[in-house]
Design a protein around this ligand. Structure first.
Ligand SMILES: C[S@@+](CC[C@H](N)C(=O)[O-])C[C@H]1O[C@@H](n2cnc3c(N)ncnc32)[C@H](O)[C@@H]1O
Length: 246
């Protein structure tokens, strides 16, 4: 059982990912449509969770990192919102509620590194869904072009915050080629000085592999789209967006 977590990320997460907004409208709309309790798994610092809460949805969250949740709670207080989040693992969380909608945005399902963990998480989710509930999640299709072009290389990006400028260096590579597990090393530099560094791992999942997992835990009906505008999935360059019924 891999216990990787994002404790070290809490201070820099919003600086690095806070500006990413492509998925927010999609998840907000689905949360409003659910007309019931909504749970975000791996809600982090609330990039999506707080937007859903602002809409008046009865929204709950779980995340394995207490530090990430502290950031979320501070932001909620500033906005005058009452957050309902709990430090818990997606594989084992227990909430005394059934949800109309459970979401796992931003590829967080890929943090399950073994088949055992993937199944545990999906079973646990299914147990928390109301009879007509839905599970919606997204993750990338493993893209051989990206692997060939970028793996093992340092990819640099400039990040600006108020008065400061940082360089973010991202390096990805396979830590386990057979089981298709990759690791990302992220380094944040300010004026050539490393101010923060951490790494995390993800397990690749192909479309048919995920369909097998869904069948195995008892899901019967689902659709998979390309991106958040529900385009047909035709290429490994597209993000898979899954809408799964209980
Ligand atoms: C990429 S962040 C996504 C945060 C947020 N959903 C967003 O879209 O900005 C991944 C999150 O997954 C959480 N996480 C990783 N493994 C987990 C697990 N087994 N159970 C619950 N959360 C987990 C991390 O703590 C982190 O907050």
């Amino acid at each position: 059982m891999n216990m990787q977590n994002f404790e070290k990320w809490a201070n820099v997460y919003d600086l690095i990912y806070g500006k990413y907004k492509d998925d927010i409208d999609f998840y907000r709309k689905e949360a409003r449509k659910a007309k019931g309790k909504v749970l975000e798994i791996a809600c982090g610092t609330g990039r999506i969770y707080l937007e859903i809460l602002k809409d008046g949805v009865d929204a709950y969250g779980v995340d394995i990192s207490g530090n990430m949740l502290k950031v979320l709670e501070t932001k909620a207080k500033k906005l005058g919102l009452e957050s309902k989040v709990k430090k818990a693992d997606m594989r084992t969380f227990k909430l005394n509620k059934k949800f109309s909608l459970i979401i796992i945005p931003f590829r967080s399902f890929l943090h399950n590194l073994t088949i055992e963990d993937q199944i545990k998480t999906l079973k646990n989710i299914r147990n928390h869904l109301a009879p007509n509930g839905k599970l919606i999640l997204n993750f990338f299709f493993p893209n051989p072009e990206v692997i060939l072009k970028t793996y093992g290389k340092e990819i640099r990006e400039t990040i600006k915050s108020k008065d400061k400028k940082y360089i973010l260096i991202n390096k990805s590579y396979f830590v386990d080629e057979v089981n298709q597990i990759i690791e990302f090393i992220n380094t944040l530099k300010e004026k050539d000085k490393t101010v923060w560094e951490d790494k995390f791992q993800l397990a690749f999942i192909y479309k048919r592999e995920f369909e097998l997992l869904l069948s195995l835990v008892g899901f019967k009906t689902w659709k998979v789209y390309a991106g958040f505008n529900r385009k047909p999935l035709k290429s490994y360059k597209q993000e898979m967006v899954w809408i799964i019924e209980k």
